[in-house]
Design a protein around this ligand. Sequence first.
Ligand code: NI
Length: 263
Amino acid sequence: MDKLQKYFDRLWANYISMTPQALAIKELFENNGETIVNDHIALRTFNHPKVNIIKLATYFTKYGYVKKGEYKFEEKKLFAIHLEHQNPLMPKVFISELLLEEFSTEFQKTCSEIIDGIDEALIESEDFLMSGRTWDISYSNYEKLLKESEYGAWMSAIGYRPNHFTISVNHLKNLSDLTELNKFLKENGFSLNESGGEIKGSKEVCLEQSSTLADKIQVKFSDKTTEIPSCYFEFAKRYEDETGKLYQGFVAKSADKIFESTN
Ligand code: NI
């Protein structure tokens, strides 16, 4: 198997260890006669030079990925890019970073301590994206971060691992309509993120997306162990743009609401 596919397989294994619902949904679809193609994976980080978007992108550009789109999320204080591979069956990679300078001094201090604590050698390895949390954090600090940014708090507790994988709805045979797909998921006991409506986007913006609500996992903080949201599963249906090609970008307004799946 080629190295890139193997890397994604390892990222997937890491992701489902935190997000058992994703494996359950994949198997549910496969048992329903579907073949699963991954539209994109999403990664989160901070805009610190040690771990920023540029750094994380290198794990993919070395396999031939190229940067395509840029996105700004004013309210959530995030910047993001997406990368594409020449092989259209390889997932797009969506990487966002938290704009630390837009937060309180205390918030920045906690995040700086986290980043300073990450082993340089680990960051040089592509395994970094499945290393999880390699620093200590207290639940009280987690809660303080949560007051300013759900994303920042999630990063502090969960660390470096895929935030979500995404089923390409275009590649499904029977569930190619997102409304039907959502209904099927709910009938099978899965909860959807309803922030901004179950379906984000539209045919007009060439992209419709929905997502589950994040699984909850037990996290051991330095002062207590408690349950917090981990990761979610996403579904994307793409439409042709004005050039007649399937749109491959992202819609900031929709992604903004999807970020809330870990809320
Ligand atoms: Ni996504």
